[in-house]
Design a protein. Structure first.
Length: 99
């Protein structure tokens, strides 16, 4: 059984790999795919925060960053909130926000 610290490290190490993939795809001008991995990167960091701020070690199996952060009891300024709202809408709804 993994400790809380190990769960957090798992999410952060996994997010590092997604960050590298996001940058690789961006440099290759694969912007939609890069955005997908960018969302995964942020989502996994948010899940690490969720584990840190909750009694349980298993975050919800959802992709909505805003819900994860709400349950992690974090606060965001308006600029970051709007960014995450757009990113979440893109990812959850599968709509392309790049026009």
């Amino acid at each position: 059984m993994m400790t809380k610290k190990e769960h957090i490290e798992y999410w952060l190490k996994s997010s590092d790999k997604d960050f590298d993939t996001m940058n690789y795809l961006f440099k290759g001008r694969r912007y939609v795919h890069s955005l997908f991995f960018g969302h995964l990167y942020i989502e996994k960091i948010c899940k690490a925060l969720w584990v840190k701020n909750n009694k349980e070690n298993y975050p919800p199996k959802i992709h909505n960053i805003l819900i994860i952060l709400t349950q992690a009891e974090t606060t965001l300024d308006e600029e970051h909130l709007l960014f995450l709202l757009k990113l979440t809408q893109y990812q959850v709804n599968g709509t392309n926000i790049i026009k």
